[in-house]
Ligand binder design. Structure first.
Ligand code: ADP
Ligand code: ZN
Length: 438
């Protein structure tokens, strides 16, 4: 499959690193002044560190600034972190609340414009033009997925179908009848749609015209990408974002499919050691930290995402100069500590998706029995495998147990469950049930 990658804004996306560093420094200085003058939380924190806006004149000065956390958004809910007067705010979006109470962010007209362009860049990289029909199955509402995707697709002049999430049969009917060419949803839902399409007796490439998908909002693996690409006969591209920074489109993949270009003219990405909070060099995994440098409504200084990944700065064959972030291998909030071992759901997914006979639908159940942590991995068998011999199924079970032991380092109880028995999510998949917290 060859994507016709088009660079939406070459002037910005292919800027020399030298120019970009200068631009980032200028925009950072402006942002710092804006928040210092208008947001008490930032002013107090900077004062406490003895930093004044005048001390921030170039990109390297960023390390002088304080960090921001999700708790700050909760403490200042709903408008405490706004840097622009309320009259200038034209939109409120909220996080899906995967990890607790929702948080909100206010956008000015300019912020919506920047966000729209970021998604347009991502869609262009997936080959989208005004000839495409884009089916958006992210939820519309406070969650940034639906509206973000919608705005970006509309900007490119594509025929945009605001399906929102849910009602899989209707999604497939529309996809078939309207001839959608680009799909936007979570990767777990894309896999589910792929299976449902086949069950409905429809053939990708014939009844289904999809050529690419832009999937994000939750972690997924390379193995999952391959499955989705095969199921739907498409190129599956990754897109990353978070409400606090501006929604989907903060970073996106090009045809190279090796990391997502961070829209660095709008955000500064850093990787830090989550314990020492020191900046780490490119190529080293750590916690991703973002600073917005064009946001007016609710700018964020050094926002700790708790997402773990690696930044790469080697040149990309596509010509874009912006750094790339590797796949999110976990969230520090998602990390399970089982018998003292750090376990990320993505490690288990990597094992499961590589094994024939099991579907990419799983859930991890953690418990504590006699003061010892236990991990049960429940994974669905495919229809074909479900009717296979008991000895064959037992072999699969043994294989998964062994591979989890070798990849993660702990013994898990592997339970193979019938097809369709794990609840499907139309938004972000719920992969962990931790009974220890009850
Ligand atoms: P939350 O899930 O915290 O309620 P959001 O809806 O804003 O809030 O989701 C942002 C989070 O979703 C990111 O911090 C990240 O953990 C996850 N995410 C978004 N896109 C991706 C992606 N492409 N790959 C992995 N994780 C992603
Ligand atoms: Zn590239």
């Amino acid at each position: 499959m060859a994507i016709k990658d088009k660079i939406y804004n070459p002037e910005m996306e292919c800027m020399s690193r030298e120019e970009l560093t200068k631009l980032q420094g200028e925009r950072l200085a402006k942002t710092v002044k804006l928040v210092y003058d208008n947001v008490p939380t930032y002013r107090e924190r900077m004062d406490a560190k003895g930093v004044k806006p005048e001390d921030i004149t170039c990109l390297a000065d960023i390390v002088k600034l304080p960090f921001t956390e999700k708790t700050d958004l909760r403490d200042q809910f709903p408008f405490g972190l706004l840097a622009s007067p309320k009259e200038k705010i034209v939109r409120i979006q909220g996080s899906s609340g995967t990890t607790g109470k929702p948080i909100v962010s206010g956008y000015t007209e300019g912020d919506v414009e920047v966000w729209t362009e970021m998604v347009a860049r991502a869609l262009s990289a997936a080959g989208c033009t005004n000839e495409d029909i884009v089916q958006v199955c992210y939820g519309y509402g406070l969650f940034t997925g639906g509206l973000g995707a919608h705005q970006g697709a509309t900007r490119l002049g594509a025929m945009t179908i605001p399906m929102s999430s849910g009602n899989t049969q209707r999604q497939i009917m529309m996809m078939n009848e309207l001839g959608s060419t680009i799909l936007m949803c979570t990767p777990s839902y894309a896999a589910y749609l792929g299976e449902s399409i086949r069950e409905a007796g429809l053939v990708p490439g014939k009844d289904i015209k999809l050529k690419a998908g832009v999937f994000g909002a939750e972690p997924w693996t390379e193995e999952m990408r391959k499955q989705i690409e095969e199921l739907l006969g498409i190129d599956a591209m990754d897109i990353y974002g978070l409400t606090e920074i501006g929604g989907p489109g903060v970073a996106f993949e090009c045809f190279n499919k090796h990391g997502m270009h961070v829209n660095e003219d709008h955000v500064i990405a850093e990787i830090i050691d989550p314990i020492t909070e020191q900046q780490l060099p490119y190529g080293t995994p750590g916690e991703l930290v973002f600073t917005t440098i064009t946001k007016e409504g609710q700018p964020m200084l050094r926002y700790r995402t708790h997402d773990i990944c690696t930044l790469y700065n080697d040149p990309c064959p596509c010509g874009r100069t912006h750094v790339r972030m590797g796949r999110i291998t976990g969230r520090t909030d998602d990390m399970l500590v089982i018998r003292g071992v750090n376990v990320f759901p993505s490690q288990i997914e990597g094992v499961l998706v590589g094994i024939e006979g099991v579907a990419p639908h799983y859930v991890l159940v953690v418990d504590r029995v006699n003061h010892t942590d236990t991990l049960e991995v429940k994974v669905e068998l495919t229809e074909e495998m479900f009717s296979d011999t008991v000895s064959h199924i037992e072999k699969i079970q043994k294989k998964i147990t062994e591979q989890i032991k070798s990849v993660v380092g702990i013994m898990a109880k592997v339970t193979l469950v019938p097809p369709k028995s794990i609840p499907r999510s139309e938004g972000k998949a719920k992969r962990i049930i931790d009974n220890r917290k009850l």
